[in-house]
Write a protein that binds this ligand. Structure first.
Ligand code: SF4
Length: 461
């Protein structure tokens, strides 16, 4: 596509994964605390068009196999540009970065993870300026209202903290703006099909009270994107009639889902993780996972490195959740959706949450009803389902009211013999058939765990 870029650039490379053994260097990722990508609209006089700067070691200065911090600051200017567009352009970084052969970009905002393959490096991809040049050309081509653009890459750990703080402040300001609106206040919702290259049946429905799964696009961002780029992947959705105010079902959303998923998804509940939950692509910031033994939900975020209370890590549950499917009880969510009063409201909202990592609980403290804070367990309180049952019972968690007598018996049994595996949906293959166990609880006399070398680095691995 571009003669002056040493690797191929095109949609064909979207979805390419770079395994640890094939990578030349990694930037950002789970082991780097401060990393970000940020787009800011500035005035025309402060943006030097086409300028690309690398502050810190460039790729050619990096040691092969090592991990480096990364900050990407894109500053744009144009008479018609508004701040509302910042979040939308920021999300395009993920899409366009993945057009590069031998270049992998995962996640968004403060969670980015980039890998460059050895093959791409050997082809001459020795500077981040190539990445910058591709971003500039594709973004300007898509949005001609961008008159000037400059990009700064930060790889110097000493220089990142100040810009990282600016980025966190900008994300919070964007998110807070949308918090004043309710879904009933607006006539239009917005849909985003940007992730269909990874998950063909997935469309995010973005409403004031249900933020996009990736946590990067608010209702305001959706409105700005649909206005500026009417043929782009973000589009308006007429609400139509409200069929169910509690679950959040609208005729307009159902029609749009059916059309955009080519018939694979025909009904969507905005505020429930059951029956017709919102689909999950693979970019979700976290997962609300059903724990059948206690009739409640645990929550795990992408960066959480340990196993959760059900014995599974984020990466395993992400595989069960992603792909644009509607999976009962495995629900991809954003951090901002957890701040919404509509957060799985039809399933009980926070009265249904029984476990989450301690640092997430701190982050959400002001959004969790005060009487529930101490009733939600963290990894510091419990590490197994049987401990969780004891914790919830002692804390008089409201979820206990859902334990019917016959289920209470099951829970009691679980205290003596905890399931070694439980899941909302557990698929496996045997004898040429794919078998799916719903709400599975598996007990065993002995468990043998044999590490399997992953074929590719999945999201969050
Ligand atoms: S997660 Fe949803 S909103 Fe975010 S880029 Fe993908 S489809 Fe769009």
């Amino acid at each position: 596509m571009f003669d002056d870029i040493p690797v191929e650039v095109g949609l064909v490379h979207a979805g390419e994964r770079i395994r640890k053994n094939d990578m030349y260097v990694e930037m950002g990722g789970p082991e780097i605390k401060e990393k970000f990508e940020l787009v800011k609209v500035r005035s025309l006089d402060v943006v030097q068009d086409d300028a690309i700067t690398v502050i810190g070691p460039d790729i050619s200065d990096m040691e092969p196999g090592k991990k480096y911090p990364l900050g990407i600051l894109i500053e744009i200017a144009g008479a018609q540009l508004e701040e509302d567009i910042e979040g939308v352009i920021e999300r395009r970084i993920h899409e366009y970065a993945n057009y590069l052969e031998g270049f992998m970009h995962l996640n968004q905002r403060y969670d980015i993870w980039v890998r460059l393959s050895r093959k791409a490096y050997n082809k001459g991809f020795t500077t981040l300026a190539y990445f910058g040049r591709v971003l500039m050309r594709l973004l300007k081509n898509e949005l001609p209202i961008i008159e000037r653009m400059q990009i700064t890459f930060f790889t110097d750990p000493e220089k990142i903290p100040a810009v990282y703080a600016e980025a966190r402040h900008a994300y919070e300001a964007r998110d807070a703006r949308a918090r004043g609106l309710t879904d009933g206040d607006v006539d239009l919702f917005y849909g985003c099909a940007l992730c269909q290259s990874f998950a063909p049946s997935h469309v995010c429905v973005i409403t004031p009270q249900r933020y996009a799964n990736c946590g990067a696009i608010s209702w305001f961002d959706g409105r700005a994107a649909a206005r500026i780029d009417p043929k782009g992947p973000i589009f308006p959705i007429e609400k139509g009639d409200c069929l169910d105010t509690v679950r959040g079902e609208y005729t307009g959303i159902n029609e749009s889902a059916k059309k955009r998923s080519l018939g694979q998804v025909s009904r969507v509940y905005l505020y429930s993780a059951f029956t017709y939950p919102h689909t999950s692509c693979g970019c979700f910031e976290g997962i609300a996972f059903y724990i059948p033994e206690v009739e409640g939900f645990g929550i795990v975020m992408r960066g959480y490195r340990n196993v959760t209370v059900n014995g599974l890590p984020f990466s395993t549950m992400a595989d069960s959740t992603a792909g644009g499917r509607q999976v009962d009880g495995f629900h991809g969510i954003s951090l901002e959706y957890m701040r919404s009063p509509k957060f799985i409201a039809a399933d009980g909202g926070y009265e249904r949450i029984v476990w989450m990592p301690a640092d997430l609980k701190e982050q959400l403290r002001e959004f969790i009803p005060g009487d529930l804070i101490e009733k939600i367990a963290t990894e510091k309180d419990v590490t197994t389902i049987s401990d969780l049952v004891t914790f919830l019972t002692k804390a008089s968690h409201p979820v206990i009211a859902r334990w019917k007598p016959e289920e209470a018996g099951t829970v009691k049994d679980a205290l003596g013999a905890s399931p070694v595996f439980s899941a909302g949906e557990f698929p496996f293959q045997a004898g040429g058939f794919k078998i799916i166990l719903k709400n599975a609880r598996i007990y065993a006399d002995k468990v043998t765990i044999v590490p399997i070398k992953p074929k590719r680095p999945g999201r969050g691995e």
